[in-house]
Design a protein around this ligand. Structure first.
Ligand SMILES: O=C(O)c1ccccc1NCC(=O)[C@H](O)[C@H](O)COP(=O)(O)O
Length: 262
């Protein structure tokens, strides 16, 4: 039996839930903020761009001590995050689509809807709720579905960050039309993290993508520099910031900016 909180279990739940949610009430879609551009336009003085993640809990990390996701998002923006990742899954991450709306209204940064989407209709739903980008997980989606979802994202003008854990799934992401590829250091079947994963896979993808993102388990400046040197335009960081009483200060520290008043 699969362990609770692993990718297969979450995706099976998401497939059961599909179609059970009410239609989006946020029909008037605000103009999209350019997520891809935010990843590749280097924030001055930062060693690499950081997509900072907001979540109340996770299967691997348990509960984080920050219920006020808007306050965390504002702190990240002030500390120089290039974009934000908002978990909108309720059962495993304590999030909600309303969090995405509230955070986006409170900041000027592009906002990624981080969830476990299983169908193109959910990409459209994400756009209607104001997401600037959606996460698609190549390892969990069949080729035809992934292609449809990438195409749907283009259609509704939201960016697609297509995540993979292996070189094989990264190739599938590119073949499906992905231009922003994330390499997840966390194996979502075991929840174990190896920061060497992205470092090994990214170099072969450099010239074939618009932007590369190293994700998960990044804890210090050395991790960020290694990801940058392997080809990452941006890194996606959650837990190591959210463990801190002051996530904004934690982000500055991670970027090596503490004491520089940045
Ligand atoms: O983080 C988990 O426990 C998890 C479990 C099942 C599916 C996805 C999961 N996390 C998604 C992520 O990979 C992270 O939210 C993201 O990359 C940030 O990682 P971290 O900096 O380690 O919080």
């Amino acid at each position: 039996m699969e362990a609770p909180g692993t990718l297969d279990v979450i995706m099976a739940r998401k497939r059961r839930e599909l179609g059970t949610r009410p239609a989006p009430t946020h029909g008037a879609q605000p103009p999209t903020r350019d997520f891809a551009q935010a990843l590749v336009r280097r924030v001055p003085g930062h060693p690499v761009n950081v997509i900072a993640e907001v979540k109340r809990k996770s299967p691997s990390g348990g509960a984080f001590p920050h219920a006020d996701v808007v306050a965390v998002a504002r702190a990240y923006e002030a500390a120089g995050a290039c974009a934000l990742s908002i978990l909108t899954d309720g059962p495993d991450f304590g999030g909600d689509l309303e969090d995405l709306v509230a955070v986006r209204a409170a900041v000027a940064l592009p906002v990624l809807r981080k969830d476990f989407l299983v169908a193109a209709s959910e990409v459209e739903e994400s756009a209607a709720w104001g997401a600037d980008a959606v996460l698609l997980i190549a390892d969990a989606l069949e080729d035809s579905v992934l292609r449809e979802m990438v195409a749907a994202a283009k259609q509704v003008r939201v960016a697609a960050l297509v995540e993979a854990h292996t070189a094989e799934h990264a190739e599938r992401a590119l073949a499906a039309g992905a231009r922003i590829v994330g390499l997840n250091n966390r194996n979502l079947a075991t929840l174990k993290t190896d920061t060497g994963t992205a470092l090994r896979v990214m170099p072969a993808l450099r010239s074939r993508s618009t932007a590369l993102v190293a994700e998960s388990g990044l804890r210090n400046l050395a991790d960020l520099l290694a990801a940058r040197d392997a080809g990452a335009d941006a890194v996606l960081v959650g837990e190591s910031l959210l463990r801190d009483a002051d996530p904004g200060q934690a982000l500055r520290r991670l970027l090596g900016l503490e004491g520089r008043g940045a």
